[in-house]
Write a protein that binds this ligand. Sequence first.
Ligand SMILES: [Zn+2]
Length: 398
Amino acid sequence: VSELLADLEAVSRFGGEGSGVTRLAWTPELFAAYDYVGARLEELGLEVEVDPAGNLVGRWHVGSGPPIAVGSHLDSVVAGGRFDGTLGVLAGVHAIRLLRRRGFVPGRPLWVISFMDEEGARFGGSCFGSGAFAGRDLSGLEAETDRDGVTLREAMGRAGFDLDRVPEAKRVDELGAYLELHVEQGPVLERAGTDIGVVTGIVGGAAFRVRFTGTPGHAGTTPMELRRDAFAGAARAALALRDRALSSGEITVNVGEVSVEPGGASTIPGAAELTVDIRSLRRFAELETIVREALETVAREERLELGVERLYSIPPCELDEALVETIERAAGDEGATHMRMVSGSGHDAMELGRRVPAGMLFVPSRGGFGHSPDEHTEPERCELGARVLARGLQLVAE
Ligand SMILES: [Zn+2]
């Protein structure tokens, strides 16, 4: 077993007692993983610290000029997989190992970073650590609580951190470039039989909570043409948005929660609530209009009242074209097949990519599983990804 696979196996035990891996932000399980990874980085001669935002940072003090960072995250969702984030961090460690072994001396300092709480699975608000590193104001999360009623401030305090000091973690302006390897968490690469996805951009998106209000009534005595059935409106809206996304080819949309009031097999739904999650890289600016127009059309035709609340809106992030080409070249040098693709989910690279040139590569996810104990990437694909990452670092840091 190679060192990369041994590391993956070792780290998967931290928080891996139950079904899948549960390694939430600021927990002893996560810090145990930090200790393991930190020890590997120190063996490779890197100086290791945990910054005030809880990011594990290893620095290879070598060369001169702005450092090149490679990173991802070691935290997980509840009952997540072994690969999401973790493979990216460990591939970064392994890339340094390969460069050391080859006797490559970088012309620039190299940093390996595991960002705190990418998933936001404990307190909400994803990309805490990379956000702090990139200078985002996170003080608004102060009063967020986990499922045990512990606030973020308290959780940080118990782990020896102070929320007020998080702004000190802003180091993005020192970097020259950022690279991240991640599992795809989707089926595209596996279907195409391709080794490496070269990510050109990360979608932006918005989410909405929608409420249609009609008139409840008796399911048998109210004539069909007189009904104001809120669920019929919700169902039509979901289909209209799906069709719109299908015909565009570059938008995804999801209606993931639906509830009906008052609820009852013989009662016409008087109200229906649904959530809409919509994402795109190039058509981000149109997304809100697309959602509102679809909903308003349905509301008008079904004679329903409509309420729309926007839950969040996050702009997309185009990755650096020069780094896209570098990763393609690195993949070619390592004999890996590759294709360009868009990331449909957010990553730490999105926070950094707004401030420094960032590049990202995906390795295939078996069955397309993500955020699931079924997550899997074939060992050869993990190792090939790490070699491409190492070659990419070499090309950037020469
Ligand atoms: Zn991830």
